[in-house]
Design a protein around this ligand. Structure first.
Ligand code: FES
Ligand SMILES: [Fe+2]
Length: 439
């Protein structure tokens, strides 16, 4: 199937694909391969919903910033002089130059490299040379986008009117995140991994552990293999392991109860605009962290963790992020699309601000399991991208344990449907496109 760039017929063809998407099946190939669907994703998904972009730990002081690229849009996430987190458009109001090219750093004021228009860290224009006497500086501050922080995690929304349910979601997840004190944490390491795959394949791969046994030998040593199991699945061989799991679960229940920490699973991946899921899992072996056999990877616990055996608090947010909160460190992941068949996974490891490298942790010890896991996932995503590009590919059925992949796609397809609603009529009028699409 090929689209002509951006035409009404293209949009109608995509709307037709959205309408005929079969529940429980992967998507038709153009969703993963076409420039037109990618362009639509950038508008209908990344341009409309709350996106996780950074942690407050990355910009601890006034003037600290990170830049984030969302497709062709560049944002400066900065802490202003009043310590407020802002998301400024990285586009000078004079003639449009990029202001900052660096991925992170610190500024006093923001000075445009082209003709030196100078902005405060809150985006207000302070200085513009040689303008006419009637020039009104107050009208040329940097444009800003919506920004919210929850438990030290920074989210932005590029839409004029962001989804209104964010406060509700924030009020649910904040009590889970509070004890980790992310805003005060120290960034121990960050990686940007470019994968030759569509962003949805990266997310789909993240939303299931059906592949973990075969692909993640390091990671699975920390996990019990009982997610979505019921007792009838427990064979005699698994019984001792299952009993250990029950004991770890009970211990984790007690730790949460004693410390007034929420424990229950909240699964709202496809039941609201700001889709999310949060759960706390007990870990096997030492039960502490992502070292081999659940070992701690930082001697100093993070935030107010009451015990090393605090489980893995796992948070998934639509459309582009996931998080693991352990007793001794936190790992945050965001997926930034770079093209129909290219995505970047940014991974950041956080530790207690007083944790000392070489004494409490080593970067190698802290990061090796998830560096290996990310790379193993990259290979899986890239193989799938090559597969869905093959003309013989047709959507295939998800296993029962892949229900969160379905939840991800159900959310995605629902959001596209909302966005495309105005085009439905032309899609129906151009009903023959179904036939064209299948050629
Ligand atoms: S484009 Fe920024 S000062 Fe001219
Ligand atoms: Fe994986």
């Amino acid at each position: 199937m090929s689209f002509k760039t951006g035409s009404v017929a293209d949009i109608a063809a995509i709307a037709a694909m959205v309408e005929r998407r079969e529940v429980g099946y992967s998507l038709e190939a153009p969703f993963y391969t076409s420039q037109e669907v990618y362009d639509l994703d950038m508008k209908a998904i990344f341009g409309q919903y709350w996106l996780f972009v950074a942690t407050e730990a990355e910009i601890p002081e006034a003037g600290d910033f990170v830049t984030v690229e969302i497709g062709t849009q560049s944002l400066i996430i900065v802490r202003d002089d009043e310590e407020e987190v802002r998301a400024l458009r990285n586009v000078c109001r004079h003639r449009g130059s990029r202001l900052l090219e660096e991925p992170c750093g610190a500024i006093g004021n923001l000075v445009c490299p082209y003709h030196q228009w100078t902005y405060r860290a809150d985006g207000e224009l302070m200085y513009a040379e040689s303008q006419s006497p009637s020039f009104d500086k107050s009208k040329f501050g940097l444009k800003q986008v919506h920004v919210r922080t929850v438990g030290g995690l920074i989210f932005i929304c590029l839409a004029d009117e962001p989804p209104a349910d964010f406060d509700e979601v924030a009020s649910v997840i904040e009590p889970y995140l509070r004890s980790y004190r992310i805003a005060e944490a120290k960034v121990a390491h960050q990686t940007d991994l470019v994968e030759a795959g569509n962003w949805k394949l990266v997310m789909e791969n993240n939303r299931e552990c059906h592949h973990c046994d075969a692909s993640h030998p390091e990671l699975i040593t920390s996990y019990f293999p009982f997610l979505r199991y019921d007792e009838s699945d427990i064979t005699p061989r698994l019984q001792p392991l299952y009993e250990r799991y029950l004991k770890a679960t009970e211990d984790l229940d007690n730790v949460c109860k004693t410390n007034g920490v929420p424990r229950e699973l909240v699964h709202e991946l496809d039941t609201r605009e700001t889709g999310f899921m949060i759960m706390r899992l007990p870990l096997d072996g030492d039960g502490a962290s992502f070292g081999i056999d659940g070992a701690q990877v930082c001697k100093k616990l993070i935030g107010d963790s009451p015990t090393p055996q605090f489980g893995d608090l796992s948070l998934h947010m639509q459309p582009n992020s996931w998080f693991h909160f352990l007793s001794d460190h936190v790992i945050v992941f965001s997926v930034l699309p770079l093209g129909p068949d290219k995505s970047m996974v940014r991974t950041t490891w956080l530790v207690h601000p007083d944790a000392v490298e070489g004494e409490d942790y080593t970067v190698e010890g802290l990061t090796s399991v998830w560096k290996a896991t990310n790379d193993q996932d990259r290979v899986l995503v890239e193989k799938t991208q090559r597969g869905v590009t093959d003309p013989s590919y047709v959507p295939g059925p998800y296993a029962l344990v892949e229900d969160d992949v379905e939840a991800f796609l159900n959310w995605y397809v629902g959001r596209l449907r909302d966005y495309l609603e105005p085009h439905r009529e032309s899609a129906e009028r151009l009903g023959h496109l179904n036939a064209v699409a299948n050629q």
